[in-house]
Design a protein around this ligand. Structure first.
Ligand SMILES: Nc1ncnc2c1ncn2[C@@H]1O[C@H](COP(=O)(O)OP(=O)(O)O)[C@@H](O)[C@H]1O
Ligand SMILES: CC(=O)N[C@@H](CCC(=O)OP(=O)(O)O)C(=O)O
Length: 290
């Protein structure tokens, strides 16, 4: 479909108020492993991030890689297991998680951003000890601890490394791995890292990119706006499950902690990020604290 020149100009002009009001503001973008499937989409994502940086915003990328971890686990004869949306992580799985998140996925995103003119730097929470974590225990329905291995609960995020990179025009690309007291690695859900980082950096926006149009109701209809009360309802009646559980909890925590706007959007839609940030187009689900 070709767009008339006057319409193209109108679309560009529509971006001006957004570029102005987000000037120098931090935007945390979580790039989910499920949204990373297609090469063309990955290129488009990288171009969008570089464009945001060059027009004066401060994008910070946190990436996942759940499906990519599953793929390598399968190759070594292991099957991924999840409880409440969190991967059960024994020490062998932790090695695979570090290889895939800290190595393959992180460096692929860094390369793509740099190919399109960005100055991306890939880091994990071990770098400068910037994400400190301790062992996470999930709770059963009868309030008993469930041990899922080397999965981390974030104790503290030090914003100075990310701020330093931002100040020198680098784009931080963060793998969700935390570090414990004795230097041990912890696997942390990427949505949890993105939400906590957005809070710590006092980000203007948190955008979670995934593989659904947003949060769907039981009939599969998109819910464009969610409040805390509605989220409780959806948790209670089982509308939200699997990977959407930590995603919504993190989104809501970030909204409650002062992140101005929090969105879950469909990373399979080309340039969904630009549509969300620089146009009047509402895409996906917006999560509000109230
Ligand atoms: N109510 C819901 N609306 C949309 N997706 C949901 C819902 N409940 C569970 N999901 C699941 O959550 C998935 C997204 O979470 P996840 O697989 O962790 O993706 P990502 O890798 O992007 O973090 C969707 O693909 C879908 O299968
Ligand atoms: C504890 C836990 O579940 N960690 C995740 C980290 C990666 C992730 O969150 O990836 P997505 O965003 O693609 O789902 C995992 O091991 O899969």
């Amino acid at each position: 479909m070709s767009v008339a020149p006057i319409d193209k100009a109108a679309i560009l002009a529509e971006a001006l108020p957004y570029i102005r009001s987000f000037n120098n503001k931090t935007i945390v973008v979580k790039y989910g492993g499920n949204a990373m499937t297609d090469d063309k989409l990955k290129e488009d994502f990288a171009k969008d991030i570089v464009l945001l940086k060059l027009v004066g915003l401060n994008p910070v990328v946190v990436h996942g890689g759940g499906p990519q971890i599953n793929e390598l686990l399968e190759r070594v004869g292991k099957e991924g297991q999840f409880i409440q949306g969190m991967r059960v992580t024994d020490s062998e799985t932790m090695d695979v998680v570090e290889m895939v998140l800290g190595g393959l996925v992180n460096k692929e995103i860094v390369s793509l951003l740099n190919k399109h003119g960005g100055k991306a730097v890939g880091i994990t929470g071990k770098d400068g000890h910037f994400i400190r974590a301790s062992k996470l225990f999930l709770k059963s329905e009868s309030d008993e601890n469930i041990d899922i291995g080397q999965v981390g609960d974030i104790e503290h995020i030090d914003p100075s490394l990310v701020a330093l990179l931002d100040s020198q025009d680098f784009i931080p690309v963060i793998a969700p791995i935390g570090v414990g007291q004795d230097g041990e690695a912890y696997n942390i859900n990427a949505d949890v890292v993105a939400g906590k980082l957005a809070e710590t950096l006092k980000a203007e926006k948190l955008v979670l990119m995934t593989n659904t149009p947003g949060v769907l109701d039981k009939q599969g209809k998109l819910l464009t706006g969610l409040t805390a009360a509605k989220v409780d309802e959806l948790f209670a009646d089982g509308t939200i499950s699997g990977g959407m559980l930590p995603k919504i909890s993190s989104a809501l925590d970030a909204a409650k902690s002062g992140v101005n706007s929090v969105h879950i959007i469909d990373g399979r839609v080309p340039h969904a990020l630009l549509l969300e940030i620089l146009t009047d187009e509402g895409v996906g689900t917006m999560i509000k604290a109230g």
